[in-house]
Design a protein around this ligand. Structure first.
Ligand SMILES: [Ca+2]
Ligand SMILES: [Ca+2]
Ligand SMILES: [Ca+2]
Ligand SMILES: [Ca+2]
Ligand SMILES: [Zn+2]
Length: 517
């Protein structure tokens, strides 16, 4: 792909995408979105969405000669991320979803996790596509006059051959491949000026993974071939006579990765690995730590000018739109492992030092236990879920980037003094006025088994805490809110999250928001 692919100034930026600084290196003219002349014609949003089955481990892309994927990453917004895994926890979290194609494609296309779309394997049984349709089906529902096309070598994405697995109902579709045919169908659709959205699903990388493993030269070559096909699609976009009046978005992602020896479905990091790349006119360049697979579908809708209705219940957000929360700011201070032995020594991912204004009270903690998990810890999905696979930590997917976790299970793996894990996370003191209602909302993944409790309390001006909620079962995952009335004389409110438990399991929380009304 030519470096000048996104050659025009971006005159409009779709909802959800931050206006970026356009650099000369992209061949763009450097006109920021906000400075566009008022008379500039509105650009027509267009979308190319490419999924490369099984190619989710970005290190495999790095190892290949993949100039198009490299250029899109250099020019766009992207991030590596990890998937769910329920290999040994089919009864909890994400409905038992495995790192298979059915749940992977369903997540990226619908913008919700398996807990909502219910596709956990390649049978598609229990699918909830009527409630959580793919972005193409939503586009067709909201703007049926838009011309959509979907081409998939893996047939279940566009046909009924596998237990009614159809997720894509585009105006034009083709199933069955081979990849050369699938890609050529994409090129042909892009040659039609009337086409608005093209989805292409390639499958040869996954086939190479199953036959030879991700460590093989065949796997690397398959990535290079997929990259060349991506290049054909990008060339077709640039060749459009109407290109100058269009705002193009290119999204590239994958449904899962492959083990070094081949195969997927389990909980290892290579199998759980994927990435989302979003490049295009007006999309800033940069790596983000907060990107998740469900964001792909939400980004597709947003970039096509579709306003995301909160009633749709999307878990994903348009890439670039997630505001960093206070824990995300701890990333530069994250440490490598201390007591854990299964986490690679190069992976940074925990700290006990809270953000400014926050504190942790460990005065009730017994001595000893696993160093990383002594009391509330600030960690990442990458670090935390490596501590021990297949205990459903992989399924805590409502948290992003850095979050707080109280993990009495991992703590208990090293001998400690008598008594239970007992640690309290204290928020800052937020200014309030008597008579107001103060509300705390946060994402919460609470996994219970046996005797453990998560308590949310509030106290005013440092006084006695009042309990607002107590979590004891895993059924309470999701966005939690608690409210309290500010008493007479109070000028600040502080929330306390106290977790008590022993071996089994944990409480992960993130994205705290405090408001008054
Ligand atoms: Ca249509
Ligand atoms: Ca966070
Ligand atoms: Ca344990
Ligand atoms: Ca353990
Ligand atoms: Zn496969």
């Amino acid at each position: 792909m030519m470096a000048s692919f996104f050659r025009r100034p971006a005159r409009r930026v779709a909802a959800g995408m931050a206006a970026g600084v356009l650099t000369a290196g992209l061949g763009l003219a450097g006109v920021a979105a906000g400075t566009a002349p008022a008379q500039a014609a509105a650009l027509t949003p267009k979308l190319l969405f490419v999924g490369i089955d099984g190619a989710g481990e970005i290190a495999r892309v790095d190892a290949a000669n993949a100039p198009n994927l490299d250029a899109l990453r250099a020019q766009g917004t992207w991030g590596s991320t990890l998937l769910y895994s329920s290999a040994s926890d089919s009864d909890w979290g994400q409905k038992g979803a495995q790192t298979l194609s059915g749940p992977g494609w369903s997540t990226m296309l619908t913008g919700v996790w398996p807990a909502k779309h219910h596709v956990v394997d390649n049978t598609f049984s229990g699918k909830q596509y009527a409630t959580y349709p793919s972005f193409i089906d939503r586009i067709e529902q909201v703007s049926p006059s838009l011309r959509t096309a979907a081409f998939a070598t893996w047939s279940p994405l566009v046909t009924n051959v596998t237990a009614g697995g159809t997720i894509l109902h585009a105006d034009t579709s083709l199933a069955g491949g081979p990849d050369a045919t699938t890609a050529q169908a994409g090129v042909n659709a892009l040659a039609d000026p009337a086409t608005d959205v093209v989805f292409v699903a390639l499958d040869d990388v996954d086939a190479a993974g199953h036959s030879y493993g991700a460590n093989s030269t065949q796997f690397t070559q398959a990535i290079e071939t997929a990259d060349a096909r991506l290049g054909q699609l990008l060339t077709a976009i640039n060749a459009r006579a109407t290109r100058a009046s269009e705002q193009w978005t290119i999204i590239v992602t994958a449904d899962h990765g492959h083990k070094p020896t081949g195969g997927h479905g389990g909980a290892t990091i290579p199998e759980r690995s994927t990435y989302v790349i979003v490049a295009g006119d007006g999309v800033p360049a940069g790596y983000r730590n907060d990107i998740q697979l469900a964001d792909a579908g939400a980004t597709a809708l947003s970039r096509m000018g579709i306003t995301i209705n909160p009633s749709w219940g999307l878990d994903g957000v348009p890439v670039g739109s997630h505001a960093a929360d206070v824990f995300d700011g701890l990333r530069p201070s994250l440490l490598t492992r201390s007591g854990e032995t299964g986490i690679p020594t190069t992976v940074k991912g925990y700290t006990h030092t809270p953000p400014a204004g926050w504190s942790v009270d460990n005065s009730a903690m017994p001595t000893g236990g696993m160093e990383e998990w002594k009391g509330w810890t600030f960690t990442t999905q990458d670090f935390w879920s490596r501590a021990q696979a297949s205990q459903a930590r992989e399924n805590a997917l409502l948290v992003r980037d850095v979050f707080a976790v109280a993990d009495s299970d991992e703590w208990d793996d090293v001998s400690h003094g008598s008594g239970a894990f007992d640690s309290t996370l204290l928020t800052p003191q937020y200014p309030v006025t008597a008579g107001q209602t103060v509300k705390l909302s946060f994402f919460s993944d609470f996994r219970a088994e046996g005797s453990q409790t998560g308590r949310v309390s509030v106290r005013f001006n440092g006084g006695t805490a009042t309990q607002l909620a107590a979590l004891t079962t895993t059924s309470e995952n999701g966005l939690r809110t608690v409210t309290a009335t500010v008493p007479a004389g109070a000028t600040n409110a502080q929330f306390l999250l106290r977790y008590t438990g022993t071996n089994n399991w944990y409480w992960a929380v993130d994205d705290f928001k405090v408001t008054t009304s």
